[in-house]
Design a protein around this ligand. Sequence first.
Ligand code: KIV
Ligand code: ZN
Length: 503
Amino acid sequence: MTQIKIFDTTLRDGEQSPGVNLNQLEKLEIAKQLERLGVDVMEVGFPASSQGDFDAVKKIAETIKSSTIAALARANKLDIDRAWEAIKNAAKPRIHVFIATSPIHMKDKLRKTPKEVIDIAVNMVKYAKSKCQDVEWSAEDASRSELPFLATIIEKVIDAGATVINLPDTVGYTTPKEYGDMFKYIKEHVPNIDQVDLSTHCHDDLGMALANSIAGVQNGATQVEGTINGIGERAGNAALEELAVAFEIRKNFYPFTTQLTLKEIKRTSDLISKFTGMMVPGNKAIVGRNAFAHESGIHQDGVLKNAQTYEIITPALVGVQNNDLVLGKHSGRHAFKDKLQKLGYNLTDQKLSEAFDAFKQLTDRKKEVTDDDLFVILMDIQTDVSNRKQYQLRSFQVDYDSEQTPSATVSLITPDGKEISNKHSGAGSVEALYNTIESLIEEDILLTDFTLSSIGRGKDALAEVHVSMEVDGRTVSGRGTAQDVLEAAVYAFLNAVNRIFIT
Ligand code: KIV
Ligand code: ZN
């Protein structure tokens, strides 16, 4: 078995998904979970792109110990300086420099000759190497590049000090055979290729990102880049959980393995889905709600007789558990702490007290507190930003009856600490609330998406709302959870608006 390194780019390429913008605390929580999952490398941002990205990368670099922390940089000194500044305190830092190598990108985007591109790549890899021992170099749009040119530039950047060579299918255009052949060609035509890790990086525009990544591995790649839940630019990136589980389940066929802790997959997927607001489709492989559900009578009958008739993956393998009742009204602080530790959370005393208070409040309203409910409490506690400048909800009231137009009164505390309130109507209760909030805040809002779902089952399940909106022309998403759907809707709206203050 060859162990393939997993390079997670959920916090960089994944964060480039339309409408996704995570704040620093959310990124840090995701990074900690990726470390628990056991990724070899996590690319956590593009520090030159904004101060917010720089700060988040720096914080993660100072916190994470076992995974390598990579930061992206274009092939110029300013980007490389920013990347290094952000990650220099990491236990294992990596600078990731990229430049395009395809004829169309070099000519029409970079406006450089192939010779100029080689010179820039070599000089910038040398520059990055003068700061950081571990330098990854990516040939952007490698899959549409000319192979002899690709081999020439790769040989030179390895001589310049690159430790990893990544060959992205940037536009999701390639097929498994072509992508595999590219790796084979590079292995055969680059004399110093054995000094480095070769890496895949596939986008899913034609639905072939995972198949292409595996073809790369079968032809010599030792690192796979991708994201959890396959999120990313356009149609997304290769889904890492699918790769790791495919290698595990088909180990009779694939001689590859990864060091991921598979039972952390579901929790990682849930966390990322909740923070990004990108719902996992029910039929998504490995982590979708229906991935282990057997609906037809024939399948159910077979599974009852022998689960292996229709079940190739056991839910437990990826950490999907029965949502058993775990705690209730009479559970004490000790049992609560114990349960959190079993779930993998070790909180400081102060955070534990906050979480316990939130748990007690929930038990006043909800009889059965499940793992999913605890997960929500923990996310809110861990990413609480209430001490920052933002809009806060003071109170709201909705007037609704089936004969009249609904109206809502909302009171907010502004980022400057003033209390403001207003009343408006709308075609429905949510619209009345949102119209009122919009009338209160200064920013221009355009709501583009609203989804409501329940966490767990039963009449008293928590409600979860995700919204996407344009705030002063910036695309943001927000999430809110509460016992009541209207309350969750208000929290989600404010959470989205507040992102303009905290990213
Ligand atoms: O898809 C791509 O080419 C990238 C590079 C920046 C590595 O994300
Ligand atoms: Zn990419």
